[in-house]
Design a protein around this ligand. Structure first.
Ligand code: SF4
Ligand code: FES
Length: 249
């Protein structure tokens, strides 16, 4: 198979079909070897995404390359990585939309690398859990055994619906300059979810969430750089959620 890809690349060069050079950050903490950039050259085809390119490498050139993915359609949030220095979903990034024929691919920042492009997302999910991202009712019996539907008007739904699109991909977290200097900072994803549930007319947990948010590593650490909102692949605007949380408080 390796020979096949190599011969496809040579044919592509000869026939002037586009080829791409991927520079992928590799690291295996078990070996003790420092992270390095490994170069792979492969032919591309129309519609090819960075995830397709990485899978071509993995299937045909280097099986040791490690990455995380699942849905291949921008839903599961597991293929987040830095592509040419910007946080993106690999499955949603077409090679044709990138400038040049050399693409640098790196893991998300501020998370421990397990191997190559796979990071340990546990601290990210822990922060999410801290803001109690679920419906809370004052009556515990009602919380555990709801007996009726809680209807909403369109207007009530509009208050939170854009923030409900979060797929927990981690792109905003990796792009955030506050996370860069404070690893205990809750982060844009968690704060956006605090706002999402606080704004839901069916929820009664605002008080307990605000206690978490109004803390040393909470909402006041944000300097409104807005990079979180720039990179979010689902159109969530965490910077806006943080501003609205601050305003409420
Ligand atoms: S807010 Fe956007 S970028 Fe951040 S985790 Fe959710 S979907 Fe990903
Ligand atoms: S593989 Fe699921 S979002 Fe990319």
């Amino acid at each position: 198979v390796r020979q096949c890809v190599e011969s496809m690349t040579i044919t592509a060069q000869r026939e002037k079909v586009n080829i791409i050079t991927l520079k992928v950050k590799r690291y295996n903490p078990e070996t003790g070897v420092q992270p390095w950039l490994q170069t792979y050259t492969i032919p591309t085809h129309p519609g090819m995404t960075i995830l397709d390119a990485l899978m071509t490498v993995k299937e045909s050139l280097d099986r040791s390359l490690s990455l995380r993915y699942s849905c291949r359609m921008g839903i599961c949030g597991s293929c987040g990585m830095r592509i040419n220095g910007v946080e993106r979903l690999a499955c949603q990034t077409q090679i044709s939309e990138l400038k040049g024929d050399v693409v640098r691919v790196e893991p998300l920042r501020y998370l421990t690398v397990i191997r190559d492009l796979i990071t340990n997302l546990t601290p990210f999910f822990d922060k999410h859990r801290e803001v109690r991202p679920y419906m809370i009712r004052k009556d515990e019996e009602e919380q555990e055994h709801p007996a009726k539907e809680y209807l909403q008007t369109e207007g009530e739904m509009e208050r939170y619906i854009q923030f409900a699109s979060c797929i927990l991909c981690g792109l905003c977290f990796s792009s955030c300059p506050t996370v860069a200097i404070d690893l205990f900072y809750l982060g844009p994803h968690a704060l956006a979810q605090a706002y999402r549930y606080n704004s839901d007319s069916r929820d009664q947990g605002e008080k307990s969430r605000l206690q978490v948010v109004d803390a040393a590593h909470g909402v006041w650490r944000c300097h409104t750089a807005g990079s979180c909102s720039m990179v979010c692949p689902k159109g969530v605007d965490p910077a806006l959620a943080i501003i609205l949380l601050k305003k409420k408080m």
